[in-house]
Each structure stands twice: as C-alpha cells, then as structure tokens.
Design a protein around this ligand. Structure first.
Ligand SMILES: Cc1cc2nc3c(=O)[nH]c(=O)nc-3n(C[C@H](O)[C@H](O)[C@H](O)COP(=O)(O)OP(=O)(O)OC[C@H]3O[C@@H](n4cnc5c(N)ncnc54)[C@H](O)[C@@H]3O)c2cc1C
Length: 292
C-alpha cells in the first residue's frame, strides 16, 4: 500500500573486500528512500524520475615523472579548442601523486576517443613518459531530472543531476544535497517521530534549488557563450587574464555560488567581454601556441 514501508534488498559485505566477496542477502524496512546511486541511478528509474541530457567524460589517470609532476604542484590546467572538445574543455588535473588527463562532450559523444587523443597531443610535453594507471569514462548530468520526488523517495547528487555546467563540478553538490536532504527529513519528521510525505521531501528540493539555481543558470549561460566556437574560446582565454575575472572565478569556486558584487568591475567586464567577442569573431585566430 501507499503508506507501507519500503523493503530494500541488499548484499551485506560486512568487512569483506575484493571482487571475490560474496556478502549476505539482507532486507531492510525504511520509510524514505534517498537515491544516491549516481548517474545510472536505479532509484531514479524505479520512481520514473525521467532522463536528463548528459555529457560523456573520459579521463586517464597517469603517473608522470617527478619533474613533470612538480609543474602541477600548484596548478590545474584546462584546454579549449575543437581538437579537444567541441563544447566543453579538456583538462590536466593533479591528483596528489599522479595526474588525470581527460575531456568531455555532449554534442559528439561518439568522438570522445578522438578528443582524448587531442588532449594527449596538446599536453604532450607536460605528460611525456607518463604511465596510464586507470581509464575512466562516465556520464555527467547536464541538468536535474524532471521529477526528483515520488512516493517518499527522492534523489541527490548525480542521481538527481546536480553537476554544474562550465566546470563540471559535482562532488561538492552531491555531498551538500545529501546533507540538505537529511536535514530536511530530520526536521520535518520531528526527529523521526512523524511520518514524512512527499511535501516534506520537496522542502529539501526547494531549498537546494533556491540556493544553487542561480549558480546553475549563470554557469549554463557561460558554457553556451564561451565553449562553442574557437573565436569565443579565444575571448574566454583573454578574459581569464583579468585580475577581476580571476578573483570572481576563484571566489565562486570556493563559495559555490556566483560571486562578483562590484558593480563597476561587472560593467567593465561586460564591456571587455563584448569587445573581445567582437574582435575575435571578426579576425583570424592566431596560430596555436606551443607549450613551453
Ligand atoms: C571523468 C570525470 C571527472 C570528474 N571530475 C570532477 C572534478 O574534478 N570535480 C568534481 O567536483 N566533480 C567531478 N566529476 C563529477 C563527480 O564525479 C560526480 O558529480 C560525483 O561523483 C557524484 O557523486 P554521487 O555520490 O552522486 O555519485 P557517484 O560518485 O557516482 O556514486 C554513486 C555510488 O552508488 C553506487 N551504486 C550505484 N548503483 C547501486 C546499487 N544498485 N546498489 C548499491 N550501490 C550502487 C555506485 O557504485 C557508486 O559508488 C567528474 C566526473 C567524471 C566522470
């Protein structure tokens, strides 16, 4: 019935580890289900949450020689251009003792291998002698699913579709949405003494959307504006030279909401953006710079 508890079936692996572990089949009765099961969420399927457009992201984790690793000790790199992605960026990110070299695309998922070859080629001098440790490929949601609540079940993280455009950042929003969802449930169930309803779960959805909706909106607009042609990408690179842009970008990453509360700076930036876009769209691009 509608008010009956959910009965979940799962394998309890205890302290076992490794691929050969078997686990013990168990069941669990719960009032609410929170799907935190990633982009291919079974929970989302089960509650008919609907699909989202997604990007495919591909990355190779590589161990590179120590002198090359030193270069990345205080640096993460992004690369743009038709050769590495038609609508996103490619990256070399330091991961403690190795680097992740990857790229993503929405519009040409079939071409992902070619774009990966592109970033390898572009970053050649930085990753020469690298040894591939692991290859990862996974969908990245482009926007939230149409229905995130149904029958006392809800979704968080990639299952819900909370990755920001432009940066492709999803780890923070997965953790944050999980916390906000749990807080709403604790509060609305009065510490577990009252049965929650879908309306209570919408409390979390509304709070999350109110807090991060504008950030998603702005980053979506920026991605559309700057990632889709080489001329626009040149403008993007131009603007990144600006101290004000660097400050606003850094603060926005840090605080997870779009910063920039300096009206004079914002107006100057708008002017510079428009003139740069005009210039780059009406002139021949400079030849690709060689990495040093
Ligand atoms: C190549 C690549 C690079 C990325 N780089 C960044 C980055 O630099 N910074 C950033 O912030 N984000 C990045 N992201 C996005 C980020 O990885 C995700 O947004 C984030 O991991 C989402 O967390 P999650 O917990 O919602 O889902 P996931 O991390 O996908 O976790 C879901 C978990 O559920 C488990 N699961 C699924 N189904 C079941 C089931 N039926 N039963 C039991 N368990 C199940 C899975 O095994 C998995 O462990 C990247 C993504 C990709 C693909």
């Amino acid at each position: 019935g509608k008010d009956d508890p959910y009965v979940l079936t799962y394998n309890d692996f205890g302290d076992d580890s490794g691929a050969a572990r078997k686990g013990v089949k168990k069941t669990l009765e719960v009032d609410v289900v929170i799907g935190a099961d990633g982009a291919n969420s079974r929970v989302a399927k089960e509650i008919e949450a609907g699909d989202y457009e997604y990007a495919i992201a591909f990355q190779e984790r590589m161990s590179i020689p120590e002198d090359k690793m030193n270069y990345y000790s205080e640096r993460a790199e992004m690369y743009v251009g038709e050769d590495v992605s038609p609508d996103f960026y490619a990256w070399v990110f330091p991961k403690c003792d190795h680097v992740a070299v990857g790229t993503g695309t929405v519009v040409d998922k079939k071409g992902i291998q070619r774009y990966q070859q592109g970033i390898r080629e572009r970053a050649k001098s930085r990753i020469a002698g690298g040894e591939i440790l692991r290859v990862e490929a996974h969908p990245i949601p482009e926007h939230p699913r149409p229905w995130r609540v149904r029958d006392r079940a809800t979704l968080i993280g990639d299952a819900a579709g909370y990755v920001t455009k432009c940066s492709g950042e999803g780890i923070y929003f997965a953790a944050k949405s999980g916390r906000m969802c749990a807080e709403s449930i604790v509060e609305r169930s009065e510490g577990g003494t009252r049965m929650v309803t879908d309306r209570d779960l919408y409390d979390y959805i509304n709070k999350f959307d109110a807090k991060y909706g504008p950030t998603y909106f702005v980053l979506d607009a920026l991605q559309k504006l700057f990632y889709t042609s080489d001329a626009a990408r040149e403008s993007f690179v131009d603007l990144c030279e600006e101290r004000y842009v660097q400050q606003v970008t850094f603060d926005s990453y840090l605080y997870k909401t779009v910063q920039g509360n300096n009206p004079v700076g914002d107006v100057q930036l708008l002017g510079k953006t428009l003139s740069s876009l005009w210039k780059k769209n009406t002139s021949k691009p400079a030849p690709m710079r060689e990495l040093v």
